[in-house]
Design a protein around this ligand. Structure first.
Ligand code: ATP
Ligand code: MG
Length: 327
């Protein structure tokens, strides 16, 4: 079975858009691959974080992913920061990466322009990402187009290391995610729903209460027509609600258009709110069972034990080949 690796950066609250666009496809992929899924908390600190908030968010993130259907029996789930061999491997890789190569990364160029006081971590995080990928010999890394360059860098670093010190790493490939449906902001349906959006009224997060969900959907921006018809260009608000509904139920665009042919926007919104509430209630039930449980710790303990062993072996192989340590 091929190995697939996914890192989740714990920043912001997970939105319904993230769930539909990223988590559901990940749940589908777990049937086909041996998957390594980790919380990329070491990546989160390339920018300033509040320590207490970060600690809480890490736990929340992993509990939510499991509650959404990431199966701990099918996947290896762990926190990046608990595997101390990964940054150690990253250092060894940094020394086989050219400065020019790292500073050519598009994300670095863009993000370093936004803030003059950026950390060195912003430059080197793609090498940490290479360590994340290479230590476990991952075959595939599902990424959006914006991260493709980083997987290619990991490949280049691996290939160079293999040439310098003999075959050590498997060369990973990016698995480019198809552009799926983008869920839009409920208040501003021409813009995508995003966890960094300042106005919470247009964004549904996975832990919103039933009341909040109903309120947000009932007050979603629509249009002055009275027809429930899919037309992303002229009726983005209604079309977005249709997309949400179709993504979370067995409905199709056609079945919704038929079902609500003679109904009001209010009836339609009530129906969509009900679909979202039912879906999120299930996720939240599992989430609240997990969040403070020993079960969650047991899952993470099991994951870290396995990956630490794998990373330790790779680290020792690397240091040995590079002439470090006494062994
Ligand atoms: P930010 O505002 O910080 O960029 P975000 O909500 O856009 O946050 P990302 O961390 O950029 O989330 O993306 C995480 C994953 O969720 C990606 O795979 C991205 O394609 C997907 N995703 C994000 N927003 C949406 C959305 N509105 N609809 C569908 N998929 C989405
Ligand atoms: Mg984004």
């Amino acid at each position: 079975m091929q190995k697939l690796l996914t890192g989740l950066k714990p920043t912001g609250e997970i939105t319904l858009g993230n769930y539909i666009g990223a988590i559901v496809p990940m749940v589908e992929l777990q049937e086909e691959y041996e998957s390594y899924i980790f919380i990329a908390d070491m990546h989160a600190i390339t920018v300033n974080q509040d320590p207490m908030e970060l600690k809480n968010r890490i736990r929340k993130f992993i509990a939510l992913y499991i509650a959404c259907g990431i199966d701990p029996n099918k996947n290896i789930i762990y926190l990046q920061s608990e595997n101390e061999y990964i940054p150690a491997i990253s250092w060894l890789l940094e020394c086989t990466t050219y400065y020019g190569e790292a500073s050519r990364m598009i994300q670095f160029k863009e993000k370093s322009k936004q803030n003059a006081n950026f950390s060195v971590g912003l430059l080197t995080y793609p090498i940490l990402m290479a360590a994340d990928i290479l230590y476990c010999d991952a075959d595939l890394v599902p990424v959006g187009i914006d991260q493709k360059q980083h997987v290619e860098l990991a490949r280049d670093i691996a290939s160079r290391f293999n040439k310098m010190y003999n075959e050590t790493f498997k060369l990973p490939k990016p698995l480019i995610k198809e552009e799926g449906i983008k869920i839009k902001d409920l208040k501003n349906p021409t813009k995508k729903m995003s966890k960094s959006e300042a106005n919470p009224n247009g964004v549904i997060t996975l832990l919103d209460t039933k009341e909040q969900i109903i309120k947000k959907i009932m007050s979603a921006t629509t249009d002055s027509e009275k027809v429930i018809k899919y037309d992303m260009e002229n009726k983005p608000g209604i079309s977005n609600l249709m997309n949400i509904c179709v993504s979370l139920s067995n409905e199709t665009i056609e079945s919704l258009e038929k079902k609500f042919a003679k109904k009001s926007y209010q009836d339609f919104k009530k129906y969509v709110a009900d679909v979202v509430v039912k879906k999120l209630e299930k996720i939240q039930k599992r989430y609240y069972e997990l969040i403070n449980s020993q079960e969650l710790d047991a899952i993470l303990d099991k994951g870290i034990e396995k990956t630490r062993q794998i990373a330790k072996e790779k680290y020792m192989e690397m240091t040995n080949k590079m002439g470090l340590t006494r062994k």
